[in-house]
Design a protein around this ligand. Structure first.
Ligand SMILES: Nc1ncnc2c1ncn2[C@@H]1O[C@H](COP(=O)(O)OP(=O)(O)OP(=O)(O)O)[C@@H](O)[C@H]1O
Length: 363
C-alpha cells in the first residue's frame, strides 16, 4: 500500500508499507556505482523480502560493503534503482534520508563503540540524538540489554568488555530505533568461532522475535550456512549467483568454487569416482547402503561431509565404484532422484573418463 509522508522540512515521500505478502523490502535493479574511473558495482540485481536473513559474499574488493552502504544511503549510485520499502534511496535527502537511516541499523567488524561512554550511554546515543524522553530511553536501553543478555554490564565501559560483548552492545545500539533492517558488515569476523556462533544465534533470535530483515556481509561460510536463507555471490562488482543458501552450497556453482576453492580430494585412478549430493530429502534416507544391498555391489567411500544449515543438514559423499557397475548405479540414482556427478582424479583426464564410459556403453 502506498502512503504519502510529509516531513517537517516539507519534503514529501511516497512510502510503501508492506502487508500485501509477496513484496520485497529491498529491491535492487541494475545498480551501478563507481569511485572515480573505477566501477565497483556493475548492474547488480537483488531482491530481499521482509523478514529474511540475506547473505552477501564475495572476495575482497567485490563490492559488498559498498552495496550495504548504498542500501542505507551512505553512498550514492549512478544508475539503476535501489528501493527500500518501495522508495528509491537516491531520491531522498535531508530529513527523509535521515528517516530512512533510522529504519536501517548497521553493525561492523570493529564494533564502533564510543570508548569514553558506558554501555548504557552507547546504546542510548541514537535515542538521544532523536530527542526521545529520558524515561523512554531508560526503558528502551534496559529492554535491549535484557535482549542481548548482558544487563549486568550496563555501567561498564567498552574496554571492560570482551569482543562478543562489544558486538552485543553494538547490536543493541543498532536496534535502539526499532529498525526494519539490520545491516551486518563482517560482524563476526573479529571473534573466535564460539563467540561468532553466539552472535549468529543472537541475530537469528532477533530476526525471529522482531521480524527484522537482516543483510549479512561475511567471509565466514559457517555464518552464511547458520543464519542465511538466501545468498548472493558478487565477483568484481557483478552478481554471479543468487538463491537459497542450501541449493547454492549443494550444487556448488563455479562462483562458489572460486570463492571457497576446491577441497583436496583423494580420488582413485581406477574405476569411477562419483560425488553424491545429499540433499535434505536424500540425507534423511539410507540411500547409499540401500544401493549396495539392492544392486549387490561393493564400493569404496573416499570422503564426505555433512554441514548444518538453518533448517537442514546436508552435504555430499564421494564413492568409487568399479566401472562395470556404472550403468546400474546411474539407473538407481535416476530412479531415486539422487543428484550426482562424476569427479575425476588428477591422473584421469575428462577425455579418459568419457572414453571409459563410452567404452562401457554408459552414454
Ligand atoms: N570511498 C571509496 N573511495 C574509493 N574507492 C573505494 C571506496 N570504498 C571502496 N572503494 C573501492 O571499491 C571496491 C569495493 O570495495 P568494498 O569495500 O565494497 O569491497 P568488499 O567486497 O566489501 O571488500 P572486503 O571484503 O575486503 O571488505 C574496492 O576496490 C575498493 O578499493
Amino acid at each position: 500500500m502506498w502512503q504519502l509522508t510529509l516531513f517537517d522540512d516539507f519534503s514529501v515521500v511516497a512510502m510503501f508499507s508492506y502487508g500485501t505478502g509477496g513484496e520485497n523490502l529491498i529491491q535492487i535493479k541494475g545498480l551501478t556505482k563507481s569511485f572515480g574511473d573505477s566501477q565497483v558495482l556493475k548492474g547488480v540485481d537483488i531482491n530481499i523480502p521482509p523478514g529474511m536473513i540475506y547473505g552477501l559474499v564475495g572476495r575482497s574488493g567485490a563490492g559488498k560493503s559498498t552495496l550495504l552502504r548504498c542500501i542505507n544511503g551512505l553512498e550514492t549510485y549512478e544508475e539503476g534503482n535501489l528501493l527500500v520499502e518501495g522508495v528509491d534511496v537516491k531520491s531522498l535527502s535531508g530529513k527523509a534520508a535521515r528517516e530512512l537511516r533510522k529504519e536501517i541499523g548497521m553493525i561492523f567488524q570493529q564494533f564502533s563503540l564510543l570508548t569514553r561512554l558506558s554501555v548504557y550511554e552507547n546504546i542510548a546515543l541514537p535515542l538521544k540524538c532523536w530527542k526521545y524522553s529520558n524515561s523512554y530511553i531508560d526503558n528502551k536501553v534496559k529492554e535491549l540489554l535484557e535482549m542481548i543478555g548482558i544487563p549486568d554490564k550496563i555501567h561498564a565501559k567498552p574496554k571492560e568488555l570482551s569482543g562478543g560483548q562489544k558486538q552485543r552492545v553494538a547490536i543493541a545500539r543498532a536496534l535502539a530505533m526499532n529498525p526494519k533492517i539490520l545491516l551486518c558488515d563482517e560482524a563476526t569476523s573479529a571473534l573466535d568461532p564460539k563467540t561468532a556462533k553466539s552472535i549468529t544465534s543472537l541475530l537469528n533470535q532477533i530476526n525471529q522475535d522482531l521480524g527484522i530483515t537482516i543483510v549479512v556481509v561475511t567471509h565466514q561460510m559457517s555464518v552464511l550456512r547458520s543464519v542465511c536463507e538466501e545468498i548472493a555471490i558478487l565477483e568484481n562488482g557483478k552478481l554471479e549467483v543468487s538463491g537459497p543458501v542450501e541449493e547454492i552450497f549443494l550444487k556448488q556453482p563455479q562462483a562458489l568454487k572460486n570463492l571457497i576453492g576446491q577441497k583436496d580430494l583423494v580420488l582413485l585412478h581406477e574405476g569411477i569416482n562419483i560425488k553424491i549430493l545429499l540433499s535434505h530429502e536424500i540425507s534423511c534416507q539410507p540411500v547409499i547402503t540401500r544401493m549396495a544391498r539392492e544392486l549387490s555391489i561393493d564400493f569404496m567411500i573416499l570422503g564426505g561431509e555433512m554441514e548444518s544449515y538453518q533448517k537442514h543438514t546436508l552435504g555430499s559423499i564421494i564413492i568409487n565404484i568399479p566401472s562395470e557397475h556404472f550403468n546400474k548405479v546411474k539407473e538407481y540414482f535416476i530412479k531415486n532422484h539422487v543428484m550426482w556427478e562424476i569427479v575425476q582424479s588428477n591422473e584421469q583426464s575428462s577425455a579418459e573418463v568419457d572414453d571409459h564410459c563410452l567404452a562401457m556403453n554408459f552414454g
